[in-house]
Design a protein around this ligand. Sequence first.
Ligand code: SF4
Length: 258
Amino acid sequence: MRDLRPAPPAAPFETNARLELAERARALAAHHAGQGAEEVLRTAMTEDFPGRIGLVSSFGTEAAVLLHMVSRIDPYTPVIFLDTWKHFPETLAYRDTLVEAFGLCNIQTVTPRPASVKADDPAGDLHARNPDLCCHVRKTLPMLASLRALDAWITGRKRHQASTRQGLSLFEAQDRWIKLNPLADWTPDDVAAYFETHDLPRHPLEAQGYPSVGCAPCTRAVAPGEDARAGRWAESDKTECGIHFVDGKMVRGPLPKG
Ligand code: SF4
């Protein structure tokens, strides 16, 4: 008799290169466990990935911390800013303020391909109809292109930011890159203390109820007591922003462990 039961899920396939990268991420996490963010960052930039690591920054409300740290280690480190053409003007102004204040010398502003936007989002309202495709066109594809010359990139993600980031590791493997999250275990108090100690400028929208700032159409102010990222894609189950991907495809929710 024919067996009509559903087939078991296929075993995950991993190439040797991916397995080695995942092993490297675990080894780096073990090696740097217990070190402070600046020490991890300095070692990653000068010893682990010299000349092959960049910072991806949204120039959001907490971005100044890593931008400041990176500028003090090597101001020529590539800083990749994805200009989706949907940012708040306040974010663009804040970017310019921080670049000048910190003396950052290698800002790489990456945009979507005009032809892709014309084809997929001619009216500029794709974010409302299909935010995943919008993020794919405006973030994921430009991001993949901008990382070509790098082996590793630095993110500002932290465990406290959302329930979906509770399992965040210090180092992760993703596609062919290592991702470093030097602030993974930082709390809001740590961030506030760093801002205060170094007298860093604040994002202009923060005081207006935006603890997390992304593209203007997909960000709203949050109410007191709400998750800091509750204002991002508030009407959707989407939680990640298009710069985190697997197999070149955007991840919209919690990331698989690397
Ligand atoms: S955050 Fe919103 S506007 Fe920005 S790329 Fe994604 S869907 Fe589009």
